[in-house]
Every structure is written in structure tokens, then in C-alpha cells.
Design a protein around this ligand. Structure first.
Ligand SMILES: C[S@@+](CC[C@H](N)C(=O)[O-])C[C@H]1O[C@@H](n2cnc3c(N)ncnc32)[C@H](O)[C@@H]1O
Length: 302
């Protein structure tokens, strides 16, 4: 009998699950270790824990979470809530050992090659030191391991945190402040709603949100992302990006979600898709820690 796959609270969770399901089917390993970097409230971990058991009952999964305590994206002590949520749902797992909080300057507290899969959801646009982040992904992934990161690129037109167009492209603080104030005064973005619920003034709202954009976001471009992937010896592509939109469409049409994606794909279509989709919403960076030429050239020398 097919076990029940829980309903995802977000298409982003469903999409990351489908990538993991697609990729691990190729490996047929008995134990898969997964890391959710920037795990936040732990909802993706909770969903994956139940859904992967239903999709792949013969595989054992160990899911870990990592986040930082020096990014003001999360409220104070959020990790206590994460631990509580996961411990209530899955008391048999010792979540104190599985969820780790570090600072954004630290290396990941795992030995080399510990993970088969590394995921992140809406995190890369908040990371300040992308070099450290990519080098730690590369170090802690197993040879042959994969990583999938769902996040918006700098090309994105409509900034999703403030709901204002192009605000994430402005680096100069004065211009950023004036731009947010001007668009908020015109009724764009979230100011009206915040004023209604909290009574905040336009000046206070603008200052807090200019600070949010300035200190808490750091958008990468398409080229910067691929250069970082290459620099840290990871094969970088955006190959699962169009499937995210496929699952979004299926959800709108109330069709059954796709839990497994095609592994053979028309790369020209994917290339055209990323060129358009990077302006619209999140993309999926897919990383593979594999270099077949190294093996090939060594065999050649023997
Ligand atoms: C928008 S939240 C997303 C949280 C969660 N992934 C989700 O989907 O709900 C961004 C997360 O990235 C985390 N973060 C920021 N910089 C980070 C870094 N350098 N390494 C790991 N996590 C980071 C933040 O603390 C926050 O939890």
C-alpha cells in the first residue's frame, strides 16, 4: 500500500523534496544524510522527514539543520522553537544534536564529505560571505553529492520581502532610503498594511526597511553564482528551475504534484527558461560535487 505523502505548506518545500527524491533514486544508498542550511523554523525538515519515508521506505534518512544567530532575519531564540516543533513531531530523533546554530563567520561544524545532499530555501540572498558558504558546501558534501538552493537572483524584478520593484539593486543607503519612502508614499509595498496594523509612521517604516535591505540581503547575479560554483569545484547549473514553475502551475490547476522529475532533459529549453524565469521569481541552483576528468586523466597515466 502506498504511504501518505503529507501536503506541503509551500511549493518551495515540495520542489526541494522532488529534487531529493529524483537524485537519491539514482544512488540507491541505504543511508542518506541531508543538511538544510538556513533551516529557520524547521518546517522544511519536518516535511522532509515524513515525506521521504513515504516516498523511499527502504532508505534511511538523517536530516540535519544549520542556521546562524547573527542575522536579524530571524527573531531571537527562534532555534528553541525549531527544536520544540521537531521534538514534538518526531520525539524519537535527538534534535539537539541535529540542529546547530553557528555565526555567519564560522565554518560548518561537520567533517569533510559528511552529507549526500545539501539544501537551502530562500537563504542565498541573505548570506553575506558567499565565498565561505560555497566553500563549506563543497567541503561538507560527499564526492558525488548534490546541493539544491532555491532563491531569487539579483535580476529578479519584484523584491519579495518588501514587495517593491528593483529595491534590491540599490546599494547606496541614501538612495535606498529615498526610493523606499517614495514608493511607500505612493501606496506600493507593505507600508499601508504595517501602518494599519501597528500605526508606524512613514519615516520609521522606511528606516527599518532600508536597514533590512541594506544589512540583511545580498543578492547574487546569475554569473556570480556560477563563478562561485566553479571556484569551489562544484558543477553549477540551474537545471531544476523550470520544474519549480511546473509544480506551481500544477498546484494552481489543482493537479497532483510531481514528486519525481525527469533526469534526461532538453538543456536548450532549460537555458531559455532560466533567462526568462530569473526576472520573475526564485531559481534553483543545482550543484554536483563530481569531476570525472580527474578520474579519467589518472586512469590514462597508469
Ligand atoms: C528567509 S529565511 C528562510 C528560512 C527557511 N529556510 C525557510 O524557508 O523558512 C533565511 C534564513 O537564512 C539564514 N541565514 C542567513 N545567513 C546565513 C548563513 N550565512 N548561513 C546559514 N544560514 C543563514 C537566516 O538566519 C534565516 O533563517
Amino acid at each position: 500500500m502506498e504511504r501518505m505523502i503529507p501536503k506541503a505548506e509551500s511549493i518551495t518545500h515540495l520542489h526541494l523534496l522532488s529534487i531529493v527524491n529524483t537524485e537519491i533514486r539514482k544512488t540507491k544508498k541505504p543511508l542518506i544524510r541531508i543538511l538544510d542550511v538556513g533551516c529557520g523554523n524547521g518546517h522544511l525538515i519536518a516535511y522532509m522527514t515524513q515525506a521521504l519515508v513515504s516516498l523511499c521506505p527502504s532508505t534511511e534518512f538523517e536530516i540535519y539543520g544549520l542556521d546562524v544567530n547573527d542575522s536579524s532575519v530571524q527573531s531571537e531564540n527562534y532555534c528553541l522553537k525549531t527544536n520544540k516543533l521537531l521534538s514534538e513531531k518526531y520525539p524519537e530523533v535527538s534534535w539537539n544534536e541535529r540542529i546547530t546554530i553557528i555565526t555567519s563567520h564560522d565554518r560548518f561544524p561537520f567533517v569533510e564529505g559528511f552529507f549526500d545532499v545539501i539544501l537551502s530555501n530562500q537563504v542565498l540572498e541573505h548570506v553575506h560571505n558567499h565565498d565561505l558558504f560555497f566553500s563549506e558546501i563543497s567541503r561538507t558534501l560527499k564526492e558525488g553529492g548534490v546541493a539544491a538552493h532555491l532563491y531569487p537572483l539579483r535580476h529578479y524584478f519584484y523584491e519579495g520581502h518588501l514587495h517593491l520593484p528593483l529595491v534590491h539593486k540599490i546599494l547606496n543607503y541614501d538612495i535606498l532610503y529615498s526610493y523606499i519612502k517614495c514608493l511607500s508614499r505612493l501606496g506600493l509595498g507593505k507600508f499601508k498594511l504595517h501602518k494599519k496594523t501597528t500605526g508606524i509612521s512613514l519615516a520609521e517604516y522606511t528606516k527599518a526597511h532600508a536597514d533590512y535591505m541594506y544589512f540583511n540581503t545580498n543578492y547574487l547575479s546569475y554569473t556570480e553564482t556560477l563563478n562561485l560554483s566553479k571556484k569551489y569545484s562544484l558543477r553549477g547549473s540551474f537545471k531544476y528551475t523550470q520544474e519549480f514553475y511546473g509544480n506551481k502551475l500544477r498546484s494552481l490547476l489543482r493537479l497532483k504534484p510531481k514528486y519525481a522529475y525527469k533526469t534526461k532533459r532538453a538543456s536548450l529549453f532549460g537555458w531559455v527558461a532560466i533567462y526568462v524565469l530569473k526576472y520573475l521569481s526564485s531559481v534553483t541552483l543545482f550543484l554536483e560535487k563530481e569531476n570525472t576528468y580527474r578520474k579519467y586523466s589518472q586512469a590514462d597515466k597508469k
